[in-house]
Design a protein around this ligand. Structure first.
Ligand code: ZN
Length: 113
């Protein structure tokens, strides 16, 4: 199989797909850790943290305090991931976008003012 020698493009493509699949299974742990860390910093405890694959949303939370994160956000920058998680966590206490909500978010994410 001469074409498989020396890492030809096909081999690399397959390898990338494997890595990608692997990431889908391991990365949710990282999201969970980030959520735990931010929860402590904000002083809010989500009821549960669910890693899902919704069609459009990056994250959401409900009145019961369940935090849902789209595992695809792992492809975003760590800062953006923090923002999404912090935004949803603060919604647990402030289920609206009133000034108090933004004031709290600004305290945790000063760069996003
Ligand atoms: Zn919001």
């Amino acid at each position: 199989m001469q074409h498989l020698d020396g890492h030809p493009p096909l081999h690399r493509v397959v390898h990338r797909l494997l890595d990608h699949t692997h990431a889908a299974f391991t990365e949710p742990g990282r999201l969970r850790n980030q959520a735990t860390e931010l929860s402590a910093r904000i002083g809010v405890t989500p009821q549960t943290v669910l890693i899902r694959e919704p069609k459009q949303r990056w994250g959401s939370c409900d009145a019961n305090g369940a935090l849902r994160l789209n595992w695809r956000i792992i492809q975003a920058s760590p800062k953006l991931i923090d923002y999404v998680i912090a935004h949803e966590l603060i919604h647990i206490q402030h289920p609206n976008h009133r000034p108090t909500f933004w004031a709290n978010l600004g305290r945790v994410m000063p760069d996003y003012e």
